[in-house]
Design a protein around this ligand. Structure first.
Ligand SMILES: [Fe+2]
Length: 174
């Protein structure tokens, strides 16, 4: 499903910083133990606790998220700060949606939004016990390649029109 070896050419000779890779992101959790269970058992992500306060999480690519236990200092995020995972069929999205609703209590899932079909992506969002948001999606093809192969579809002078984003109406749960 992932084309080639997942590597892309880097063309940043003109920038101040000249990274060779974007390696990781970060998120916060209340409890590594509790969140690891959800990541491994529900989301199917591979976790390694490389440090006392943190573990790394990955799936499919040599890119990882560092999950840091901060206890009650968690900063809740909203739906447009989400991480996406891709499954192979719409039926898998539907099954995950059903399972998320059934396993809400087991994993402390706070919200499961309806399945939607938008711009060729069939998906739903859920808010986990740490107020982190996940999108479980199915795309016909490999979305990353399609977006970069197509290139810019709008000029940077075009307005973004954020008021039309219905995701901004979704509130993080308490
Ligand atoms: Fe997304």
């Amino acid at each position: 499903m992932i084309p080639g070896d997942g590597k892309v050419a880097v063309n940043n000779q003109g920038s101040v910083v000249k990274p060779y890779v974007m390696s990781h992101g970060t998120l916060e959790c209340y409890s590594l133990k509790q969140s690891r269970k959800f990541y491994e058992e529900f989301l199917g992500l591979e976790c390694v606790r490389h440090a006392k306060p943190a573990m790394v999480v990955r799936c499919g690519l040599k890119f990882h998220i560092v999950c840091v236990e901060v206890g009650d200092a968690v900063h809740p995020t909203n739906v447009l700060n989400h991480w996406g995972v891709d499954v192979r069929s719409k039926a898998e999205v539907d099954n995950a949606h059903k399972a998320a609703n059934e396993m809400k209590e087991k994993y402390g899932i706070r919200q499961v939004l309806p399945v939607q079909n938008m711009h060729g992506v069939y998906s739903f969002y859920l808010e986990d016990c740490d107020h982190n948001w996940w999108e479980i999606q199915c795309y016909d093809g490999y979305q990353h390649d399609d977006m970069y192969d197509f290139g810019d579809r709008f000029s940077m002078d075009d307005g973004a029109d954020p008021r039309s984003l219905k995701e901004l109406e979704i509130k993080t749960s308490n």
